[in-house]
Structure formats: C-alpha cells, structure tokens
Design a protein around this ligand. Structure first.
Ligand code: GDP
Ligand code: IMO
Ligand code: MG
Length: 423
C-alpha cells in the first residue's frame, strides 16, 4: 500500500517542504496531519520562493489533491489568507483542496493566551501562533471544530468560553475582540471555507484502496514531539510518523514507508536543550551559509553539529525506512566537521537520547571530527559528482543508522537533488 510519511528527524526546519514538493511529483494526495501555522515549509521553484504554513507542500504539483487532516489546528484567517495568496499565484484550489471538518480552530484568544504565557516564567519560545492553547481546548473538549463554524450557537458558546479563559489568564478586555464580533467574522470564514470541507479520512482511505500514492506531510520534528521530544520544550501535538494515522484517520497499515528528513547539521528555534549547539563564529557561518532564519517568525535559528545519538533515536521512534538528507552544500568549505557520535551521561557512554529523568541538557556529546571538503559543484547531477569526503559523510550516516539514504538535497531549489545508489 503506497502510503509514505515524511517526517522531520530534528527540531523542525529540516527541509520537509522541499522534500514533499520533490516527492509529490509522483503523488496523488499530499496530506498534512498535525500542527498548524507554527510550521513554515519553504519551496523554491525556478527562483520563486514560497512558504506554506497550513497548506500542503504538494500544491505546486497540478495533479495532486491536497488535504488538511483532523489532527491539525487551523486559524481561519491565516488559512483564508494563505488560500487567497495561492490563488493569486495562479494555483487553482477548486477540487484540489479538502479540509477535514474535524480539524480544530485556533482563535485570537488562543494567540493572546500563548503570548501572555510567553512573557512569564516557563516561557519556551513558542511561535506565538496559539498552538498550545488550541490543542489544550481540543483535549479538554472545549474546542471548536472547523466543521462547526457554520453553527452560530456552537460558535458563540465556544468563543465565550475561550474569551473568559483568556481573561482569567490575565488578558485585558481592551486587547480582546468581543466574542459576538468574532462570531460575526467567523460567519464569513465559514461561508468561504464551506466548499472545501470534507471527510479527509475517507478520501485517503479510498485513495489507498485504489492504489493511489499518498504522501503524509509531517510538521515540526521528532524532538519537538509532545511525548518523545525534549519536554517541556516541545510543541503541543504529536509529530512522529505514527501521528500520520491518528491525524488523518487511517489505520497503521496505511503507511508503507517512512522518509526521515535530516539536515546534515542541526538547528533549533526557541528555547530548550541542544547538546551539539555550536558557538561564536561557527554559528554565524552555519547561519549565514544555510540562511538559518525561521520561515514563520524570522527568528535566527540556533545552529550546531550533527547529533548521531539524537538521529538514532529519531530513526527508531519513527520507524524510518529511508533518509532524505538536506543542506549538504552548506557544510562545504570546512576542513573538519565535528559530529557527535555518542553522549557521556553520568560517567557512561550512551548511543541514543536517554529516557527521563536524565534530560538532554545533562548529556555531554562525544565528538569525532570527520574530514570536510573545500568546493562543492554548482549544479551536481548525480551523487558521483559530489566530493569524496561529502560522499563519505553520507555513507557514514547510513552506517550509523542502518537506514539507506535515498536522496541528498544540495541547494534550496526543487531541482537541486541527487539520488543515492545503494551501497
Ligand atoms: P521545513 O520546515 O522542514 O519545511 O524547512 P524550512 O522551509 O523551515 O527550512 C529549510 C530551509 O532550507 C528553507 O529556506 C529551504 O529553502 C532551505 N533548503 C532546503 N534544502 C536545502 C538545501 O539542500 N540546501 C540549501 N542551501 N538550502 C536548502
Ligand atoms: P516546521 O514544520 C521549528 C517550535 C517553537 C518552540 C516550540 C513550541 O517549519 O519544521 P509552538 O508554537 O508549536 O507552541 O512552539 O516548537 N516549533 C518549531 N520549530 N520548526 C517548526 O515547524 C516549528 N513549530 C514549532 O520554536 O520552540
Ligand atoms: Mg520550517
């Protein structure tokens, strides 16, 4: 059954948008299953750069139907704006975009609560998109499903509750839009979104039964997962490959392969532990060469080296069957490349992210220096065109994980990808 999950193996921003765009050439469906507009997925096609926050990265492939699953949280305003922007670019959404009526709504109140919490002790550096408070309302059964936007009574009741909770969290009345006014705005959004609402679970199921190619597009990354990430410095949803099933509404048998996307160094936005974080000029270099600024918030990303214990863990918890490496070009020009091959934890050497109560900020990476390479070809056409040391870097990742690398991305553009032949 041809269902493929694309999942980030680090702290997000691994290049999932580009990878999905590349793989979507042969896909019938691309479906997002978790997160919301905290995601920023970048596509570069013929010099044009596009960032999707809510819409799936398959949208530039004309034959592909794009779906938003029930596991997502959607701000109606952001969604409508993004749909309008896509239409302005000549992307026809009619019949190509389906939004699960079960996805939840992110409201102004969620964003205000997110912002207030980020000003207090316990801030984690969120994207301020209201993600945590929206998932909280979903879990506590006080949320609003997007399919209920047309029901005035349900909307008013839900918004009044959210408004009261925002006040209780310390928001002032003057900064909050009145629930009645917001409900009126939502009537308009409900009308505009109505034609796109549908049963995503059933569509994907039927597609798989008919033998169609389905790509499940992950958001965020493994180490931001609510259950298995660097808690509490995580997002509020499940980001692992298994969440593709619960976030869309299909059984585990729907997934036949899991493509893990790995940036060949590491970045993180927001607070929290980062064992292989670099410092000083090394960070500046990676950030400049890799253009490491958030696609959603514009924040400079923290930068550091490849972390093999974190990678082995990510491969295991996602059941990764193949790797798609990104940004190999960015490492060019380094004589030596430090890579963490293990962690020292309380006098022991461990091979993977340890389990609580040992925290990631208590581990000490053990580094090995791998040979770097000076120049990188401008437009490599095949894996053989890459410098020998770059090829060896890729092969080392395969040996360390036991998972084959299928593709390496060597620049931001859709065309800048080389296939890797099996060892
Ligand atoms: P995502 O959230 O995982 O989709 O990743 P982002 O779009 O937030 O960040 C990845 C960034 O790296 C974007 O600016 C991409 O255009 C860029 N990018 C992707 N692959 C490559 C690559 O192989 N080389 C370089 N130099 N940039 C890349
Ligand atoms: P993509 O899909 C990188 C991070 C935030 C913060 C934490 C919680 O583009 O890879 P949230 O707003 O979700 O409550 O923030 O998670 N974060 C991301 N970091 N890429 C993302 O998405 C992220 N989505 C959330 O920076 O540390
Ligand atoms: Mg991103």
């Amino acid at each position: 059954m041809p269902g493929t999950v694309v999942v980030g193996l680090q702290w997000g921003d691994e290049g999932k948008g580009k990878v999905v765009d590349v793989l979507a050439e042969n896909a019938d469906f691309v479906v997002r299953f978790a997160g919301g507009a905290n995601a920023g997925h970048t596509l570069v096609v013929e010099g044009r750069r596009l960032v999707f926050h809510l819409l799936p990265s398959g949208l530039l492939r004309a034959k592909t139907t794009c779906l938003l699953g029930a596991g997502m949280v959607l701000c109606p305003e952001t969604l409508v704006e993004e749909m309008e922007r896509a239409q302005e670019l000549g992307i026809d959404l009619a019949g190509r975009l389906v939004i699960s009526a079960r996805a939840h709504v992110v409201t102004e109140y969620h964003k205000v609560i997110d912002g207030l919490r980020e000003q207090n002790e316990g801030a984690i550096g969120t994207t301020l998109r209201g993600i945590g408070p929206a998932y909280e309302d979903r879990a506590s059964r006080r949320g609003l499903q997007i399919g209920a936007l047309g029901s005035q009574k349900t909307v008013e009741f839900a918004l009044r509750g959210m408004y009261e909770r925002a006040l209780r969290e310390g928001a002032s009345r003057s900064e909050l839009v009145e629930p009645d006014e917001l409900a009126t705005r939502y009537r308009d959004y409900a009308e505009r979104l109505q034609p796109y609402l549908g049963d995503v679970s059933s569509l994907v199921h039927r597609g798989l039964v008919e033998g169609r190619q389905v790509l499940f597009e992950g958001a965020q990354g493994t180490l931001l997962d609510l259950g298995f990430g660097s808690y509490p410095y995580v997002t509020s949803s499940q980001t692992l490959s298994a969440a593709a099933c619960t976030g869309v509404g299909v059984g585990p048998g729907a997934v036949s392969s899991v493509v893990g996307v790995l940036k060949v160094y590491t970045t993180r936005v927001g607070l929290g532990p980062f064992p292989t974080e670099a410092s000083g000029a090394e960070v500046e270099r990676l950030r400049r060469r890799g253009a490491e600024f958030g696609a959603t918030t514009g924040r400079p990303r923290r930068c550091g080296w490849l972390d093999l214990p974190a990678l082995r863990y990510a491969v295991r918890v996602n059941g990764v069957t193949e790797l798609f490496l990104t940004k190999l070009d960015v490492l060019s020009g380094l004589e030596q490349i430090p890579v963490s091959v293990g962690y020292h934890v309380e006098g022991r050497l461990v091979q993977e992210v340890p389990c609580a109560p040992v925290d990631l900020d208590q581990v000490e990476p053990m580094y090995e220096s791998l040979p770097g390479w000076a120049d990188f070809p401008d437009d490599p056409r095949s894996f053989r065109d890459l410098p020998e040391a770059a090829v060896e870097y890729v092969r080392r990742i395969e040996r360390e994980t036991g998972v084959p690398v299928r593709f390496v991305s060597v620049g931001p553009d859709r065309r800048q990808v080389v296939a890797v032949s099996p060892q």
